[in-house]
Design a protein around this ligand. Structure first.
Ligand code: ADE
Length: 224
């Protein structure tokens, strides 16, 4: 898989891909992540990529020219399955969307900034708009990192234990059950007896029950 992230702040996005599962997936060649500096596609003297909004109002708008230049140049090299734009008014990210995106070959993620991008970009270049939650971030970079992380960890081979992506919260629309590790007794705080029993089937039943309980308590909306 290839993820091309178009941003005005490429440095902000370096670190998330240099650690843990994401780094390993990149090192193994399972995914290629390219950070593309939008300013490189600006034809303005100051390499600016934004301008005042027509009609007035506070805040700058990212212009169509550098974005169109950048996406057109990328598309000349390969076909993209999705061109994603990060925005608080996009579709709310969930596990189902991440699962779908993880099966794709080439995607672009355009990070929004300022007051957003010229609507013509959204109308003519973007195929999917994603929000990572009902709150406003300073820019789309952290959203792009969240989207990429949620996708990359699902690529077969990205996780050391392949089954662990399947037991994540949300994979079956249930939250994950509680987990414990040693010591079995910490100053009287004990691990549930059943987990020490060695009885795999009973443990699986208990975990499923705990998942259900936790989902009913915390996220009943997932059960409908
Ligand atoms: N850009 C600013 N806020 C955002 C959000 N909540 N999701 C995605 N992109 C954003």
């Amino acid at each position: 898989m290839r993820i091309d992230i178009i941003t005005v702040l490429p440095q902000l996005l370096e670190s998330p891909f240099q650690h843990s599962i994401l780094k390993r997936a990149i090192d193994k060649g399972l995914v290629e992540v390219n950070l593309i500096n939008l300013r490189d596609y600006s034809t303005q003297k100051q390499k600016s990529v934004d301008d005042y909004a027509f009609g007035g109002g506070a805040g700058m708008v990212m212009g169509i020219e550098p974005i169109a230049n950048c996406i057109t140049a990328l598309k000349a090299e390969r076909t993209y399955d999705e061109v994603i734009y990060t925005s608080p008014d996009g579709e709310l990210l969930n596990q189902k969307i991440s699962n779908q995106l993880s099966t794709l070959k080439n995607i672009i993620i355009l990070c929004g900034h300022y007051k957003g991008v010229d609507q013509r970009v959204r109308d003519h270049f973007i195929t999917k708009e994603i929000s990572i939650g009902d709150y406003v971030l300073s820019g789309g970079e952290l959203a792009a990192a969240v989207i990429s992380d949620s996708i990359i960890r699902l690529i077969p081979g990205a996780m050391s234990d392949e089954t662990s992506a399947l037991t994540d919260s949300f994979q079956d629309n249930l939250l994950a059950p509680p987990v414990y590790t040693r010591p079995a007794d910490y100053k009287g705080l004990k691990v549930p007896e059943i987990l020490l029993s060695g009885h795999t089937a009973n443990i699986e039943n208990w975990r499923h029950e705990q998942s259900l309980l936790r989902t009913m308590e915390r996220r009943p909306d997932l059960l409908k």
